[in-house]
Design a protein. Sequence first.
Lengths: 535, 275
Amino acid sequence: MAGFEISRRKVLAGSAFLLASTALPSFGWTQEKKGGRLVVAADSEPRNLNPAIVASNGVFFISSKVVEPLAEASFDGKDGLAPRLATSWEGSDDGLSVTFKLREGVTWHDGKPFTSADVAYSALSVWKPLQNLGRVVFKDLEAVETPDDHTAVFKFSRPTPFQLIRNALPALTSVVPKHIYEGTDIAANPANNAPVGTGPFKFAEHKPGEYYRLERNDNYWGEGEPQLDEIIYRVLPDRAAAAGALEAEEIQLAAFSAVPLADLDRISKVPGIKVIPEGYEALTYQLVVEINHRRKELADAKVRQAIAHAIDRDFVVKTIFLGYAKPSTGPVPQNDKQFYTADVATYAFDVAKANALLDEAGYPRGDNGKRFSLKLLPAPYFNETRQFGDYLRQALAEVGIDAELVNNDSAAHQKAVYTDHAFDLAVAPPVFRGDPAISTTILVQSGIADGVPFSNQGGYKNADLDALIAKAAETIDPAARIGLYKDFQKKVTEDLPLINVAEWGFITVARDNVKNVANNPRWAVSNWADTYVET
Amino acid sequence: MRLVRLFRSPEAISGLVILGLLGAMALAAPWLFPRDPLSIAGPPLLRPFQDWALPLGTDRLGRDVVAGLFHGARTSLAVGLAAAAASILVGSVVGTAAGFAGGFVDEVLMRITDAFQTVPGFLLSLALVSVIGPSLGVVVVAIALSSWTGPARIARAEVLSIRERDYVASARVIGMHPVEIALREVLPNALPPVLALSSVIVAAAILTEAALSFLGLGDPNRVTWGGMISEGRAVLRSAPFLSIIPGIALVLAVLGVYLAGEGVVESSAAREGQA
């Protein structure tokens, strides 16, 4: 009871302060909504904050409030999109051009007007040559015509499916200002560390090791937006600290499962705190076992099938993810509405069958009960990928495969797996980004240069699959394209170039007074223009 | 006489008892828990004293905490002893060489020792393990690398006084090779004070190993107490026993080693005083 009294007093004091700061003696509900400071937990400090170059969730989490894409994912919009800097988009029937109508009356944070020249510059000079994902999707982009200040026409040298471009809009099309980047070394431009955009918040400051501060953009194009005055990202690299900070009201929101899954049950019972599993539908992470096909044992499909049978997906979901995940059936997650098919080869948990397959493949158990030894490299990015590594080692031991765990930090892991190929099995968490062509086909396609992270670096080569991927990449008709990707899922699950184990979204934990949370499928990495703190 | 003295001090007795228990745990581990201690033995997050097959419960993946504790004692003791042995060996050889040779060799060796001493030991271990990659051997080398300087300095100080003694001079007179004199006459007599350091080094090595494992730089294919504490940390609020149990084991082990070492040093000092 005493605790309640104190916290109420604090809240009253805080609201009095906020009312004073708005300098408007109105108590109407619109005034109550406006303003406020949101303090959120940040678990990493990306060096490069330019989402046009580094399209990753760690960067988006901060910079999506500052730099906007052409369109954002939406629960109820047409094709699952809501307009941002583009108001409409249309593809030609031959797949060679896409026309964007751009929003009028938008200004950059430094006061200059936003025009089609910025879009053309971003597309040709940043997304296509420099961006990790744009290199794939925009590889055939030849020119961007700008007939007027608010129209941009993308011209492709080869047919490029409009469906793919549409699905790529939220993650790949962050527009950066031409007048700041033109004529400079784009990768070394200081604006990469202090981004300038058109978004609802301006980048204010970054104190390394302490916080990032974003402040309200008073000239934002959205009417009555943003609601918040300020967003503070408090750097809390220690995951256990986020839960404590939420309970102490030092922070009001922790996204991307900053609160460990094992703590959710307890924290959901704390009054004033809610656990929100929504808002990550378009950011599905997949738990995948990457396989090095250069190892002669693993080049045998029977061995790969045996490994797939040795993994208890329900155990993984229940114990490692504590129920906050789903078992995977194939390379496209079940929550994808456009491409997913359940009609694929499946591998039920069956130790006897796994043992039989390994015997059949010609790898009998030796005198010590072991068939052969492997090096297993779990990705260090998440607790869950590490724990799954621990589990997989045990699961493989049950079928007589001796796996030696090798733990590395992020940089060493990426080098070992994606550049040096010094692994037999690896655990990876790739992201499905709404279209298999963005970041999924690259996981099994052959002919990818060494060193490209989250791509097929296991030496897998399947001409049929490569042909299928190439055909889908230039199929314009959406229905035919979806058909090809359903085939793709079937082929991948039959031949198992990699093993999909589970898929998960993250969890947001927030104080009750933070409103408009999780209202779009990429909420954590969207612009938070309508979010507010109730006082 | 010496043993009697040793058993007269209560600290030494408790230290030796703890150490004995620890040694017994380490030796009995593969016999009592023949399965891989990292294998999944039951339902996850079972609390202690619920199921007598798993008396101290299970961790987040359902691994047996008792099995982890026993096998962890093996790792901790192995690393502690190996690192201490390696650092005393290296330290006394370097110290003897420096003290006995003197002059330029002494200068060079002691400046190298200084250089190692100016870098915080734990940082040095951390850097080495993160560069080479974690495995038991590397962890031992990393710890030895940061703790050989103490024995080296003490050995050198002892050697400086011993090399002026008459029996060394006579060895020289009968024409023994200097290396032979250093190894057969000087080093054995310089060793006792160096060995007195060993309990401190073992205790520090156990702690360093635990700290490295806690930071995720232990050998992931072995159970270590530090690793157990680190894994338990994610569920500290809901299952604190996962961190507390190996934590207690760690405290007891370090305390045991230290008390026993202290007891041995005191009893031998008393004996010398009597003689």
